[in-house]
Design a protein around this ligand. Sequence first.
Ligand code: ADP
Ligand code: MG
Length: 313
Amino acid sequence: MKRILAFIIMIFSVFSFSSCSDFTRQVTRQSFALDTVINITTDEKDQGKIGEAFSLCNEYEKVFSRTDSESELYLLNNGQGELTEDIENVLEFSIEMARLTNGAFDVTVAPLVDLWNVKERKAPPSGDEIEIAQSKVGYEAISISPLSFNGKSVDLGAVAKGYIADKIADFFKSNGVENAIIDLGGNVVLIGEYSVGIRSPFNPDEIFATITLKDKSAVTSGAYQRYFEYEGKRYHHIIDPRTGYPSDSGIASVTVISPSSMQADALSTSIFILGKDAISLCDKFPDTDALIIMENGDVITTENFEKKYQLKK
Ligand code: ADP
Ligand code: MG
């Protein structure tokens, strides 16, 4: 029932192409928000709603940005402002994830993220600097009711894009959109059925494999987009709070598939840090699967992955 290849979108970590069961033309529009490139595709008749989705992204940026001095999260990190529903939802889930991963996933990682600042750094920080930043991390200090960050600094970069992608999908579905690709820098949510190409972490211009997804989210975490290199070693943006260094689990990329983009987002970051055995975390979430590409080229998936998603390499 799938139609002929209609378009190819180059996206952060997954390529999406081909599409739904009718022959309606589709339209893709691009924007920049949430510190990433956003591509949204709908049927031609729904293209007017893409602009509204971009506006939603801008609104959520005012909630979740850690750098915008007017955002809700910025105020909370500075001991001001009040907990709003969006932040509470994401924070509650993030604390649950921190417990599930024994603190490998920890949204109070901000001091380490700032220290490593992989966008601008040319060389790693010193051991002393790492130790100081590491001592400021610890999700256990966060209390939701009564609200207190207890001096911790929260970074929701590993989970907020998933939450926002889910919200845009809800907006589209409640407005009658039947086919869409919502791609927030690699956090992809599909409404309808699509073939999705998983990018090779070894050559990001190449497709490693394709899968078919319907009404699902696919989120990839990898070390091949945000990093710097020093003396032949790569230092990327996903930090293991237990060591204070970028994680080094042997995973080149992990793609998580789930009905919830927020869950897929947090899980992909968590598995990337913890390593291949953490693929079992998927069992704790409904209808959730993962495909891991190891640095040595090995591929590890959850059970029945190949059949369930028509994996083609
Ligand atoms: P991306 O944002 O590139 O799609 P991820 O979803 O994996 O990738 O999130 C990475 C971001 O999460 C980092 O840029 C940082 O803001 C934050 N982060 C880094 N390490 C951790 C960690 N151990 N726990 C929670 N968040 C983290
Ligand atoms: Mg993530």
